[in-house]
Design a protein around this ligand. Structure first.
Ligand code: 5GP
Ligand code: MG
Ligand code: MG
Length: 188
């Protein structure tokens, strides 16, 4: 029978990664975030906007941890290409379809690194005059963030190392890992 894919170490595109955040730790944090969102958005019917591709697994899990009425839509950005360092440019590959004027928007991202993508996203979303915009990110590399971003919900603060799994890829591989891994040569 099949189970979640969760080895202790993994090789992806020829590079070794080791376990960094376990499935149990992720599940515990999802419970806390879900409870917090339930309280903060009671009676507001928020719309979650996931940023593809990286946020798809976190978004699916976060949504299943809230009990309030909510909706979902997606935006697609690309800034990393297939490398481990950001290109420094944001390319919008898909904008949202939903009408968000007057709505409470929760942007859901896998990771905020320099903050460039999230800074861009928030500006774009605000052009549509939503009632409010909040940011929910699974991971935050605090030391690496130099663009102006307001993070309302953060799963885990992490050091400036390259991570993989639970939706995050390395050259499109590794998204199906159910835990989060760090590049072995980067410090933990
Ligand atoms: P930022 O615009 O904040 O510099 O970068 C945000 C995007 O870069 C994230 O949405 C993610 O796609 C990618 N990214 C940043 N750091 C990492 C990382 O450690 N691992 C992976 N797989 N992607 C990352
Ligand atoms: Mg992303
Ligand atoms: Mg990527």
């Amino acid at each position: 029978s099949s189970t979640f894919y969760q080895p202790d170490t993994v090789t992806c595109n020829g590079e070794k990664f080791k376990i960094f955040i376990t499935k149990d730790q992720i599940d515990e944090r999802l419970n806390q975030l879900g409870n917090q969102l339930d309280k903060d958005y009671e009676g507001k019917k928020p719309i979650f906007i996931g940023i593809l591709n990286g946020a798809f697994i976190f978004l699916a899990d976060v949504m299943r941890h809230v009990s309030i009425d909510c909706e979902v839509d997606f935006m697609k950005l690309s800034s990393y290409g297939d490398k481990k360092v950001s290109s420094g440019q944001v390319t919008e590959l898909k904008h949202i379809d939903a009408k968000i004027e007057g709505r409470h928007v929760i942007l859901v991202e896998d990771i905020v690194d320099t903050g460039l993508s999230m800074n861009y996203m928030v500006k774009r979303i605000k052009e549509n005059n939503p009632a409010s915009v909040a940011v929910c990110t699974l991971l935050h590399k605090k030391e690496a963030t130099h663009h102006d971003v307001q993070l309302d919900y953060v799963g885990f603060e992490i050091p400036n190392a390259f991570v993989l799994g639970y939706g995050l890829d390395y050259a499109q591989e590794g998204r199906n890992l159910s835990q989060i891994y760090v590049l072995d040569s980067d410090e933990k």
